[in-house]
Design a protein around this ligand. Structure first.
Ligand code: FES
Length: 663
């Protein structure tokens, strides 16, 4: 053994790492990456590319000791000289002291997280007659030598005699405290029951959640959680009024372990990676629950029921289920419908016996957020042929009506969320969100989120900008910029043509904000994948995209899309504007509907069972459709007649314009 290292009888060299400033110490086998060692110590090292050595964000500083660096990607020579290292590419070779820089917490709230107005969440439901959770005040006959009935049977008897509740059931944690609770209440208690639960279609008796002493003076609340890859929104609902009383949102803390679901799946494969991701999701939710608790003066144990809508990867991570098979052919989830769960089992800050209903998924990439969307949009009851879409890293879509539903998901990549685009960003303050380009001068005008100085371009801004550059003729249908255009906005940097939308001196960034030709290629690929998904869905049931009578756009991002410009680039089908309906955050709305209404919980299970999932990677026509869509707006201009007409008009206008010599 040397200082800080030892060799096991089996020959493994173990080295001691000390992390500062936390003071954590850990003994790990030589060859362990610094990132893995930090995860084992539950230290917060960002790893947006999940440790693949691409992002360079997992920086730590080697203060002393033996570390083998296999790559210094993204680090300047001076930084390497100061000891900085890429944690996922640096490996323990002996004892070492490692500094993990304090992280500046992202305090900005996700854009578009506004409290859902109860009116917009209108649910047709007899929830007052058929509530999900109910509290009964009961006067229980105390036991005596003459009446030796058990505490539980005594409570059952009182509930039946005083309220007609024929049967109840209780789980072991509740029974463990029952005797004490009833005696502390002096046999006059308020009893909160989960009223309607079922297994395999058979209703179960009401389930005991909590016993409060005396008359009921408490709140009875529920929470609906939209478990997004980027952000998490929690809605607090009062079971007495059925209204959403408050909401809170935050970025999903898992972002530090990967920006998209694929990175998270890769991260989950690391040692303790899955545990870490599960903890981060629960931590994010718990912070939001505590915020709501404080703001509304309630106790966490008064939260009696929880619903969660999330994509399949997010629900796997919340439940601590290994997600790796979601991205390995043939792409199979561990579960589609979650088992019966209580908040205590997940570590959620709510009543430990509050039931957690995780909305069911349909396939690896069509999750509970989409079944929630189908429910909240009402398309499962519609006569009309309806297309529901949720545009994000995955374009998830469902086609159908009350008789049938067909779904698929296509991997669009992170471009529409600002990922993989040089100056792309999430829709936070300073993100350029809509753009207009003058077709005579090619000068842009734009608006930013919160009207803050521009620092980047978010998804809706990228769609706008691409649409504007195309229709004004600055880019051709293949996405190539016209570098001959007489404007300083178009230039070539490091051999790549780009269009400058905001000069450094006009915005809040220390550089010009531009859209490069490589960014344009990424955006065209993303939109082509989504459009190809529409076509394949329609073709597989023998209908034409033009036959779709209504198009519902769900998802937090969807509400910011400019339909006309999305049609211009061939992202959305060329349909009359009145067929498009923006529904807002349909995942959250579905979770709320399921929280309020037990009938809707049934409907969601039916919808998930009825929905057919089309795996696009197994569909030969997808590649053909994708290739055809790799142009602006499409190879076949006839499927985009409004864009074709606009281009014709523009060409005509250009031909008719007076020339400098008066010709
Ligand atoms: S480079 Fe290490 S996590 Fe991305």
């Amino acid at each position: 053994m040397t200082g800080g290292t030892r060799t096991t009888p089996g020959g493994t060299v173990l080295a001691t790492l000390t992390f500062v400033p936390s003071g954590e110490t850990i003994e790990v086998p030589a060859g362990t990456s610094l990132l893995d060692a930090a995860i084992l110590c539950e230290l917060d090292v960002p790893a947006p590319c999940a440790g693949q050595g691409r992002c360079g964000r997992c920086r730590v500083r080697v203060l002393s000791g033996d570390v083998e660096r296999r790559s210094n990607a993204g680090l300047a020579a001076a930084e390497v000289a100061e000891g900085w290292a890429v944690a996922c590419q640096s490996y323990v070779a002996g004892a070492a002291e490692i500094e993990v820089p304090e992280r500046r917490r992202e305090t900005v709230r996700p854009h578009g997280h506004a409290v859902a107005e109860p009116e917009s969440l209108a649910v047709t439901c007899d929830w007052r007659q058929n509530p999900a959770v109910r509290t009964f005040e009961v006067d229980i006959e105390p036991p005596s030598l003459a009446d030796q009935t058990s505490d539980f049977d005594r409570l059952r008897r009182a509930l039946f005699q005083q309220h007609g509740v024929e049967e109840i059931r209780a789980e072991l944690p509740m029974l463990r405290r029952l005797g004490k609770d009833l005696r502390m209440a002096n046999w006059k208690a308020s009893v909160t029951l989960e009223m309607r639960d079922w297994v395999y279609g058979t209703y179960l008796p009401p389930r005991l959640i909590r016993i409060y002493p005396g008359a009921f003076k408490h709140a009875s609340m529920g929470v609906a959680i939209d478990l997004g890859t980027t952000s998490i929104v929690v809605y607090l609902m009062d079971f007495a009024s059925g209204r959403v009383v408050d909401s809170a949102s935050a970025y999903n803390k898992q972002i530090s372990c990967g920006e998209d679901v694929i990175s998270r799946i890769i991260y989950a494969k690391r040692k303790r990676g899955l545990d870490h991701l599960q903890k981060l999701a629960v931590d994010t939710i718990n912070e939001l629950l505590t915020e709501l608790q404080k703001r509304n003066g309630i106790e966490l144990y008064e939260i009696h029921e929880v619903t969660v809508a999330g994509n399949t990867t997010m629900t796997h991570l919340l439940l601590g289920l290994d997600p790796r098979h979601l991205r390995e052919e043939p792409y199979i989830p561990t579960i589609s419908a979650a088992p019966k769960l209580n908040a205590g089992e997940l570590g959620l800050h709510a009543n430990v016996l509050a039931r957690v209903h995780v909305l069911p998924s349909v396939g690896s990439y069509v999750g509970g957020d989409i079944t929630a969307g189908v429910i909240s949009s009402g398309m499962y009851l519609a006569e009309k042929l309806t297309l529901f879409i949720d545009i994000g890293t995955n374009g998830e879509m469902v086609l159908g009506n009350k008789d049938w539903l067909l779904s698929c998901a296509c991997s669009a990549g992170p471009a529409f969320e600002g990922g993989g685009v040089r100056h792309g960003m999430r829709a936070t303050a300073g993100a350029i969100e809509d753009v207009f380009v003058d077709d005579a001068t090619w000068e842009p005008s734009f608006r930013t989120v919160d009207d803050a100085p521009a620092v980047g371009i978010c998804g809706s801004g990228l769609i706008d900008l691409l649409g504007e550059l195309f229709i004004t003729g600055l880019i051709d249908k293949s996405g190539h910029l016209d570098i001959e255009a007489p404007t300083a906005r178009v230039r070539t940097r490091d051999g790549v043509p780009e269009y400058v939308v905001c000069w450094a001196h006009e915005g809040g960034a220390d550089h010009d904000i531009a859209l490069t030709e490589s960014d344009i290629t990424s955006l065209i690929r993303a939109k082509a994948a989504i459009y190809a998904g529409f076509e394949v869905l329609c073709t597989s049931v023998g209908v034409d995209l033009a036959d779709v009578e209504q198009i519902f756009i769900g998802g937090a991002f969807g509400q910011y899309i400019n339909v006309e410009k999305a049609i211009r680039i061939g992202l959305l089908p060329d349909q009359p504007p009145e067929r498009f309906h923006f529904l807002g955050n349909t995942s959250a709305q579905g979770a709320y509907a399921a929280l309020l209404c037990v009938n809707i919980r049934h409907d969601i299970l039916d919808v998930a069972a009825k929905m057919t999932y089309l795996e696009l990677s197994a569909d030969n026509s997808f590649m053909d459709e994708y290739t055809s869509a790799l142009f602006l707006p499409h190879t076949d201009l006839d499927v985009f007649p409004s864009v074709r007409d606009k281009l014709t008009q523009r060409r005509k206008g250009a031909a008719d314009a007076p020339t400098p010599n008066g010709g």
